[in-house]
Design a protein around this ligand. Structure first.
Ligand code: FES
Ligand SMILES: [Fe+2]
Length: 356
């Protein structure tokens, strides 16, 4: 079961060229996407309403798609415009269309009822437009349910263990791993947020780097959009601010962020799109590239653990998972998602009753 009334990331806007058909499967619905001559990106159900052949096997003709089974042609609004050998195009022969918005480098698709599409619900990922940073992009495909990936990103206590050789390795001289529990997560109307100070060095810093105070804050929004910032300040800043939030224009030593999207393809497959950025004035391009390489490796470590977890869920005996304090963030997020799904089911049932 997936939440339909949400904006899902179908990919980077740069993935879609004019004159080509792209297949996507999101929340188990087959889609065909194309960029029109005027640049507009559109999405239709990848199923010809005639005999259900995939429209993605068709061809583009003047901003329309001709199904290459029996040649019926559709406009990008889904309407049939031509049936070969037939005088008129039947109005009832209509392909489903989906609202698409390109915003801040990503193509967002609304999987719910088109008339309910609310652009104000598109998460603010405007950081992706920043030009004063080295920006790294990556993606991974998971053979796992998307909830497990959301869980992973919402519980950073795993970093010290899954990533003990990469981004979570112990800092030289430290006895204990630096565990970020995320236990302070707070609910938002469509997600959760968390912020905290930590003091010390990070695994990604050189061993002789000065000790800093680090402020991390993130929001995690449905269906699985992770907006994560990380800034370092001179030692003593956290105490001086009484461990409260630093103002956005307080000068920092380094400024880093990562924006990620978890897009469910099917119940057991997920596309994970991520980005990471470091302010150019903080480091050399080589240093940024070295960090990005380590992050790519770390994300493959997540994939291995989560896919193994999924296999255990699918093949192990039934039971109930345990709970620790670090699960607060993921529990809150799942609660928000469940609540929105319940509201959606209620609204759908009400509409059905009305139209019966
Ligand atoms: S299935 Fe598409 S035209 Fe017949
Ligand atoms: Fe991880």
């Amino acid at each position: 079961m997936f939440l339909k009334s949400a904006w899902y990331v179908a990919g980077w806007t740069s993935e879609f060229e004019t004159g080509k058909l792209y297949t996507r499967r999101i929340i188990d619905e087959p889609l065909v996407m194309m960029r029109r001559e005027d640049g507009t990106l559109v999405a239709l159900e990848d199923r010809c309403p005639h005999r259900w052949a995939p429209l993605s096997l068709g061809r583009i003709e003047d901003d329309t798609i001709r199904c290459m089974y029996h040649g019926v042609r559709f406009g990008t609004n889904g309407r049939c415009v031509e049936v070969p050998g037939q005088a008129s195009a039947p109005g009832a022969l209509k392909a489903r269309t989906y609202p698409v918005v390109e915003r801040h480098q990503w193509a967002w698709i609304w999987m719910g009822e088109p008339e309910q599409a609310d652009m104000s619900l598109i998460p603010d990922v405007s950081l992706l437009d920043r030009e004063d940073v080295y920006m790294h992009r990556g993606e991974l495909n998971y053979a796992a349910n998307y909830n497990l990936i959301n869980d992973n990103l919402l519980d950073l206590s795993h970093v010290a263990f899954v990533h003990e050789k990469t981004i979570g390795r112990k800092v030289e001289g430290d006895d204990e791993p630096n565990v970020v529990t995320g236990a302070g997560a707070q609910p938002l109307p469509r997600g959760v947020s968390n912020n905290n100070w930590s003091i010390g060095r990070t695994a990604m810093q050189a061993p002789d780097a000065p000790i800093t105070d680090q402020w991390m804050w993130f929001s995690y929004l449905v269906p699985g959009i992770f907006i994560n910032h990380f800034r370092t300040y001179p030692a003593g800043t956290a105490e001086r601010l009484n461990f409260t939030e630093p103002s956005k224009d307080l000068e920092c030593i380094s400024d880093t962020f990562s924006i990620q999207a978890v897009t469910p393809l099917t119940e057991r497959s997920t596309r994970y799109i991520y980005s990471g950025a470091h302010r150019k004035t903080d480091m050399s391009p080589e240093a940024a590239a070295a960090i990005f390489g380590m992050v790519d490796e770390a994300f493959r470590e997540d994939t291995a653990m989560i896919e193994a977890q999924q296999r255990m869920i699918d093949t192990g005996p039934p039971g109930t998972m345990g709970w620790i304090q670090a699960d607060r963030g993921l529990s809150l997020f799942r609660k928000v998602l469940d609540q929105l799904s319940a509201e959606e089911r209620g609204a759908t049932a009400a509409r059905q009753t009305e139209s019966a």
